[in-house]
Design a binder for this molecule. Structure first.
Ligand code: FES
Ligand code: FES
Length: 141
């Protein structure tokens, strides 16, 4: 019963007071956006990272999740987890870690998978934008 209580408090805390909800302004620099859906239920998660180009570290994170409480809690948890990490470190976070931290039941595993997919997709987006920016940089003069 202790475990159940703990589970509820931790998930409910991230559910009732989700951290870092929102999105960055359209032209904000250094932002990567991940938008993913869960085939199992149709829920959608958008997660954005803001990266310091020099250090390669994630300095800010925002999310919007249209989904169940576990998906919201997972994304809220993820935003706190990846702040300050390098892209490589952030890309290695597994949904099983989130599920364990939030004590999600097996039926809610796919909700935490959304958060893993979303951060990976955001990292990929950031990297592809960097490549695109480098390719379109025309030397002046
Ligand atoms: Fe729709 Fe999870 S099944 S909120
Ligand atoms: Fe589908 Fe939670 S994301 S039920």
């Amino acid at each position: 019963a202790n475990g159940v209580r703990f589970y509820h408090e931790k998930v409910i805390n991230h559910f009732e007071k989700p951290r870092n909800v929102g999105s960055f302004p359209k032209n904000e620099k250094g932002v990567g956006t991940g938008l993913v859906g869960a085939p199992a239920c149709g829920d959608v998660m958008k997660l954005q990272i803001k990266v310091d180009d020099d250090t390669g570290k994630i300095v800010d994170v925002k999310f919007k999740t249209f989904g169940c409480g576990s998906a919201i809690a997972s994304s809220s948890f993820m935003t706190e987890r990846v702040r300050g990490l390098t892209l490589e470190q952030a890309g290695q976070i597994k949904n099983t870690e989130i599920a364990k931290e939030l004590s999600l039941p097996p039926v809610k595993l796919h909700c935490s998978m959304l958060a893993e997919d979303a951060i990976k997709s955001a990292i990929k987006d950031y990297k592809s934008k960097r490549v695109a920016a480098a390719a379109t940089t025309v030397p002046s003069g």
